[in-house]
Design a protein around this ligand. Structure first.
Ligand code: ADP
Ligand code: MG
Length: 237
């Protein structure tokens, strides 16, 4: 079943059409990748899905329910959590407190402290729990953003370039984490430029170029697609 369905979404910034009739879906409990060159519209699509930007046309459905007109807070209550391409941690708060803020808003808020310790342990962040967020490397800060999203116990998790700044070992561990999160039934939609990561963890891919979906399908098919090679993968490879 498609946990997320985006139907014919259009967004324009003045004269620039950031998204034109974009239709994508993400299947429940699977990892779906959204790839494409810089400026393709990936982050704008995340804003539309998470309720931060109202599209000029089109609809968004989560769990079969239309959420197009709901704001971000209502969508979080429907199980959506996301990370941002530009980090949005509270710089002076510790890693633990950054995660706690999210846990206290989530469905397990009565056991927020327990949720935080479980997630710190799962993401191997316990030894950094007391460190202020603005003292972290970019790679680790991104992991803390993911930790914060997971503390909300999401059904649908949107990750915007989560592996940027991670070293290869961190990325390997991150791939394992994504697989285990999806295996628990969480639906993951990920924007990422690390093609080794994308090709190894994603079950399905959608490719955006200049605001349009130019291909959708399994990774093995996408990596051979002529249009995708011309628009994006030819350069990335
Ligand atoms: P991606 O995440 O794929 O790199 P974006 O969604 O950030 O792409 O941007 C898509 C297009 O929309 C780009 O041309 C970008 O310059 C434009 N854009 C994004 N956000 C804004 C904004 N707030 N105002 C004006 N133009 C924007
Ligand atoms: Mg982006």
């Amino acid at each position: 079943m498609a946990l997320l369905e985006v139907r014919d979404v259009t967004v324009a910034f003045g004269g620039v059409r950031a998204l034109s009739d974009v239709a994508i879906s993400a299947e429940e409990g699977r990892i779906t990748g959204l790839i494409g060159p810089n400026g393709a519209g990936k982050s704008t699509l995340f804003d539309v899905i998470s309720g931060l930007r109202r599209p000029s046309a089109g609809q968004v459905f989560i769990g079969g329910r239309e959420v197009t007109r709901l704001g971000p807070a209502r969508r979080s209550r429907h199980g959506l959590a996301r990370t941002f391409q530009r980090l949005e941690l509270f710089g002076r708060l510790s890693v633990r407190d950054n995660i706690l803020v999210a846990a206290e808003l989530g469905p397990d808020r009565r056991n927020a402290a327990g949720v935080v310790e479980e997630i710190l342990d799962r993401l191997d962040l316990t030894r950094l729990a007391a460190t202020p967020a603005d003292e972290l490397s970019t790679g680790v800060a991104r992991l803390v953003e993911v930790a914060r999203a997971l503390a909300a116990r999401p059904k649908l998790l949107l990750l915007d370039e989560p592996a940027a700044g991670q070293d290869p070992e961190e990325t390997d561990r991150f791939a394992g984490l994504l697989r285990s999160v999806a295996a628990e039934g969480t639906t993951v939609l990920i924007v990422e430029h690390d093609m080794d990561l994308v090709m190894s963890v994603c079950d399905d891919l959608h490719v955006l170029d200049l605001g349009k979906v130019i291909a959708s399908g399994p990774p093995a098919e996408i990596r051979r697609d002529e249009r995708v090679l011309a628009a994006y993968l030819g350069d990335a490879a």
